[in-house]
Design a protein around this ligand. Structure first.
Ligand code: X2W
Length: 282
């Protein structure tokens, strides 16, 4: 007998308790623009999501697309800058953000999931008023902070066996308003409103590093606060850990910051004992 097949059968058998644990669980996956990669990597991500659904998990994909927005703004000669990790978004910029995120990026992910035999529907925070925002900070223009979530549409899609793919663009309380929402913030708000079992933040670093530079595999919210006060958690990791703390406060059971460039990162996290990256939970 081919050894690879024996190993495959054993892997499947070992995954059984994990699959049982996650049956019916809601897992929100934030798929950042930097984690997306080429078509083969996109297909591999989509396959993991379809497998989750196949074994009874309810996955929700919330995507970013910062690098793709940058490319399009450059082609249109629109200048763009970031303040505290968020894009300063004027009227011209918010139009490009909406086109790129709800158009190009959202449909690429939907298509990749369909190609792997899943069923996916793409939507933004505007659809069914999923995410209603107010201005985050006057300095940032049309950057939104979620103030009201209506997640019934996501539950309806779960019931129908459909994987929701959400672009972080939202509506405001005034008609015709459009807000650009940081992808991590949107994923955290959706996970919080769903009281998800897991929020997986897929990024391009291995996880949260401790004082010795090694990735810390398990942290409590207090550990996160301590490492942040000490300056060990810094830079681009801060919005992620802040999202994690807020999501946990809202009832998410655990948040995992993982390297989306690792093959089968989501499966490794959910269905094996190894896990990967850093898990934050109370
Ligand atoms: C982000 C939305 C996309 C995003 C932006 O305009 O780039 C804000 O900064 P990544 O790939 O996850 O970084 N919005 C307000 O978050 O993309």
């Amino acid at each position: 007998m081919n050894r690879d097949w024996i190993a495959t059968a054993r892997t499947l058998s070992e995954a059984l308790p994990f699959m049982q644990r996650y049956t019916g669980a809601i897992v929100v996956v934030k798929f950042g623009g930097n984690a997306m990669g080429d078509d083969a990597e996109m297909a591999a991500f989509a396959r993991d999501i379809v497998l989750m659904r196949q074994v009874g998990v309810n996955p929700v994909v919330v995507h970013g697309g910062g690098p793709m927005i940058n490319d399009m703004l450059k082609r249109l000669n629109i200048e763009s800058k970031f303040v505290r990790g968020k894009r300063v978004t004027d009227q011209a910029t918010v139009e490009v953000v909406e086109m790129v995120l709800t158009g190009l990026v959202n449909k690429r992910i939907v298509q990749a999931i369909m190609d792997e035999g899943g069923r996916a529907v793409g939507l933004s925070g505007k659809d069914d008023d999923l995410m209603v925002c107010e201005p985050d900070d006057p300095e940032l223009g049309f950057v939104g902070r979620p103030i009201e979530m209506n997640v019934q549409v996501l539950r309806d899609l779960f019931t129908a066996g459909i994987i929701p793919v959400v672009a972080p663009v939202a509506t405001g309380t005034e008609v015709t308003e459009t807000y650009n929402v940081n992808g991590d913030t949107a994923a955290g708000a959706i996970a919080g409103a769903l009281k998800a079992d897991r929020l997986l933040l897929l990024t391009d670093v291995q996880g949260v590093k401790g004082p010795d530079g090694e990735v810390v595999t398990e942290l409590s919210p207090d550990d996160v606060r301590k490492l942040t006060a000490e300056g060990v958690i810094a830079g681009g990791m801060i919005p992620k850990t802040e999202t994690a703390l807020k999501a946990i406060e809202e009832g998410v059971r655990a948040v995992v910051i993982i390297d989306g460039r690792v093959s089968n990162a989501c499966l490794l996290e959910l269905f094996t004992e190894h896990g990967s990256g850093s898990m934050i939970r109370s």
